[in-house]
Design a protein around this ligand. Sequence first.
Ligand code: RP5
Length: 293
Amino acid sequence: MQHSAKRLNIHYKCRSRDPNNISYYQIGDNETAVARPVVSDENYLWDKTHQYKPIDYTSPIVLQQPTWADPIIPKADTKWNDIDHDIDRRSHMGHYEIINGLPRNPVGRTGLVGRGLLGKWGPNHAADPIVTRWKMNTDGTISQDKNTLKPILQFVAIQRKDTGEWAIPGGMCDPGEKVSITLKREFMEEALNSLSMSDEQRKQFQDKLSNLFNNGLEIYRGYVDDPRNTDNAWMETIAFNFHDDSGLFKSIELNAGDDAGHVEWIDISSNLKLYASHRDFIKKVANSRKAYW
Ligand code: RP5
């Protein structure tokens, strides 16, 4: 097992590493999938020269150019590595290269060129709100792991409708949107189903959550090993931990909405299996709160 900081800069979820264990690029809810050609650990960095035959794949959904997607061929005056009108095309990883008019994944090869299911060429920015609380015993004390005696944290997890995996209720930053707004908006949409609320109800929840969301702890900022990444389009995120020590969630019921099929408080431990790099983010939260892992 790699050290977690190192793991975050390696492709595990967006690459087929082993011919006996091909990773498939799942296309939404339907059953079609694109097989990623194998790119071995020895060959995935760009400076390794080897016969590389990636598959060119961009989902028909993206090719229909919904409002959130870039043009099929990037405009000649696209401001790469910069703010391009409202779109942030800068990477948390530093300067990325443009090869034959297309951005190149800063981490390495993925087996796919094109954009897959991602709308933007280059970095696609997201934000991940990690809402935690201590697990409580019925007598009001904090629950501890029996062996290590470390306190047990719980976090709000959603089950994604696209892959069925459990995940942090994160989402894409809208053009020009501040990350602090995305964090709260995505949490409300996916874990509280705010999209089905009236404006007044939404405002009430926003007010209830304002203290919690004004006191976040930055956990991670950078590349995400997301199963949708390609050689030309990839996910990046800013993850914040919002820890509820005040019992706020005793009066707030979780309710899955938008891209989330289910939502639950889940115990944090090293047994977690989560979407993309989310397990690494949760591990960082457990470490920084000196909680059981
Ligand atoms: C992950 O994809 C990010 O960490 C974030 O959780 C998520 C954003 O994509 P959507 O949930 O909007 O599809 O890479």
